[in-house]
Design a protein around this ligand. Structure first.
Ligand code: CMC
Length: 429
C-alpha cells in the first residue's frame, strides 16, 4: 500500500500543497516539505532540527523510543560482543562485513597509513604544553590538507577513499602525539606488528627508558569503546561534517569541523564533564543534593551524561559500557569510588519523577570515563578518545554524501532584527 500524500492547506489564502511521505527501511515516516516554500511562500521553522531530516542515509539506524542502535542493520550489542573496531570501520565505510581477504587487506592498509609526516610533530610542538588536546586535534587534523595535498581531488572516488583511510589510520597517532607533547615525552612511532588499539596504547604510554607491554585488558576495552562510539547517524558533529562537506571543502577540513563540534559539553565533551561532575559531587551522600540542583530550573547545572535528543529510553551503548566498566575494574583488581558514585547517581535519578517524566537516561558518556580513568587516560583526553572512534562515522557519512552529491547545506532564518533604517552619522548618534 502506498502512502497518500499529506495535504497542507493555508487557511489564509486557500492554497494547498501535497506533501509526499518518504519512508525509509525503518523509522518514522517523514514529510517531504521541499514544495512548501515555492508553492505556499512559507519557510519552515524547526530550531535545533528536532523534527527535521537533513538527508537520507544507509549507514546507522536508531530507534530512540526502543533504545535500538544498528550499524548497517547489525545490532550494536552483536557488534560489541563479536566484532572488532576495524571490522566495524570496514562495515560502516563499505556497507557490508568484510570476508577474510577483504579484512586482511583493510587492516594492512590502515596499518601502513598510520605514520604521520614528521613535520606534524614540529607543528604540534608549537602548541603551549598545556593546550587542550581537542584544540590541538582540531588544528592538527585541519592541517592534514596542507601535508597530504597531492592526492586531494574530491571528484576522484579513489582519492576520496584514500583521504578517509588516512584519517582513520592517523587519528590515534596524532592523538598520542598531542598527549606526549603535554607530557614532554619524545615522539613515539606506530608499530605495525600491533593491532589498532594496541598500537594506540603503545604510542600513548611507552617511554624510551623502558620496554612497554600493552595490557590486553586495555586493548580489548578500547576496541569495545571505539565500536560503540563509531557512528551515531546525524548527531551534531556528523551533521557539521556533512554541512561543511556540502560546500566541497576537503575532508580534513570537514573532520576538523566535526572535532570542534564534538568538543562541546552537550555532545562528546560530556565525557570529560561527567568525570569533573562526579569529582565535584565527591561522596555518595551528596548525590541527592546534586540531583535536586539538576532539577532546579533556575540552576544551569545539568546531570552530565544524562539525556539525549533521540533516546527516550536507556542508551544501549550506556548499558554495554556500564558492564564493561565493571569488568575492567574487576580484571585490573581495582575499585573506583567514582563508579559507586555514578551507580548511586543513576539509581536516584532513574527513580526520580523529573527524570522519569522527561525520559532522561544515562547516555554513552556516563560510564565511559570510568574506564578511561582506570586505564590511565587523563580527563582532558577523554573527548579525543571519542573523536578517534567517531572519525570512522564522520568519514563514512562524508563519503556517502560525496558519492551522492546533494545541494549545499544552507538553512534559512526568521529575521527578528531591526527593519530598514537610515544610516546615522557618528556626530548625530
Ligand atoms: N539534566 C537535567 N535536566 C535535563 C538534562 C540533564 N542532563 N537533559 C535534559 N534535561 C531537561 C531539560 O532541562 C529540559 O527540561 P524542560 O523541558 O523542563 O525545559 C528537558 O529535559 C529536555 O531537554 P532539552 O535540552 O530540550 O533536550 P535536547 O534534546 O535539546 O538536549 C542533551 C539533549 C543531550 C543536549 C541534554 O540532555 C543534555 O544537555 N545532557 C547533558 C549533556 C550530555 O550528557 N551530553 C551527551 C549527549 S550523548 C553523547 C553525544 O551526543 O556526544
Amino acid at each position: 500500500m502506498s502512502d497518500k500524500p499529506v495535504i497542507l492547506t493555508d487557511q489564509n489564502t486557500g492554497k494547498s500543497v501535497e506533501l509526499p511521505i518518504i519512508r525509509g527501511t525503518e523509522g518514522e515516516p517523514t514529510l517531504d516539505i521541499k514544495s512548501v516554500a515555492p508553492e505556499l511562500g512559507y519557510f519552515t521553522y524547526d530550531p535545533g532540527y528536532a523534527g527535521t531530516a537533513s538527508c537520507t542515509s544507509k549507514i546507522t539506524f536508531i530507534d530512540g523510543g526502543k533504545g535500538i542502535l544498528r550499524y548497517r542493520g547489525y545490532p550494536i550489542e552483536q557488534l560489541a560482543e563479536s566484532s572488532s573496531f576495524l571490522e566495524v570501520a570496514f562495515l560502516l565505510l563499505n556497507g557490508e562485513l568484510p570476508n577474510q581477504d577483504e579484512y586482511t587487506e583493510f587492516v594492512n592498509e590502515i596499518t601502513y597509513h598510520s605514520m604521520v609526516h614528521e613535520k606534524l610533530n614540529t607543528f604540534i610542538s608549537g602548541f603551549h604544553f598545556d593546550a587542550h588536546p581537542m584544540a590541538m586535534m582540531a588544528g592538527v587534523v585541519g592541517s592534514l590538507a596542507a601535508f597530504y595535498h597531492a592526492k586531494l581531488d574530491m571528484n576522484n572516488p579513489v582519492e576520496r577513499k584514500l583521504a578517509a583511510m588516512r584519517m582513520i589510520a592517523k587519528m590515534p597517532t596524532l592523538a598520542a602525539a598531542c598527549y606526549r607533547h603535554y607530557m614532554g615525552w619524545p615522539s613515539a612511532y606506530p608499530l605495525n606488528n600491533l593491532s589498532y588499539t594496541e598500537r594506540f596504547l603503545h604510542m600513548m604510554f611507552s617511554v624510551p627508558a623502558e620496554s612497554y607491554k600493552v595490557s590486553p585488558v586495555a586493548a580489548k576495552a578500547f576496541d569495545l569503546l571505539f565500536i560503540l562510539h563509531a557512528d551515531h547517524e546525524q548527531n551534531a558533529s556528523t551533521s557539521t561534517v556533512r554541512l561543511v562537506g556540502s560546500t566541497g571543502a576537503n575532508p580534513y577540513a570537514c573532520v576538523a569541523a566535526g572535532i570542534s563540534a564534538l568538543w562541546g559539553p552537550a555532545h562528546g565533551g560530556a565525557n570529560e564533564e561527567v568525570l569533573k561532575m562526579l569529582e565535584q559531587i565527591g561522596h555518595v551522600s551528596n548525590v541527592a543534593k546534586f540531583v535536586d540542583k539538576a532539577k532546579d530550573r533556575d540552576d544551569p547545572f545539568r546531570l552530565m551524561g544524562f539525556g539525549h535528543r533521540v533516546y527516550k529510553n536507556y542508551d544501549p551503548r550506556a548499558s554495554i559500557i556500564r558492564e564493561a566498566a565493571h569488568e575492567v575494574l574487576d580484571e585490573l583488581g581495582r575499585s573506583d569510588p567514582l563508579m559507586d558514585l555514578a551507580m548511586e547517581l543513576e539509581r536516584i535519578a532513574l527513580e526520580d519523577e523529573y527524570f522519569i517524566e522527561k525520559k532522561l537516561y544515562p547516555n554513552v558518556d556516563f560510564y565511559s570515563g570510568i574506564i578511561y580513568r582506570a586505564l590511565g587516560i587523563p580527563v582532558s583526553m577523554f573527548t579525543v578518545m571519542f573523536a578517534i572512534a567517531r572519525t570512522v562515522g564522520w568519514v563514512s557519512q562524508w563519503l556517502e554524501q560525496a558519492n551522492n552529491p546533494s545541494r549545499i547545506g544552507r538553512p534559512r532564518q526568521v529575521y527578528t532584527g531591526p527593519a530598514e533604517r537610515p544610516y546615522v552619522d557618528i556626530e548625530q548618534r
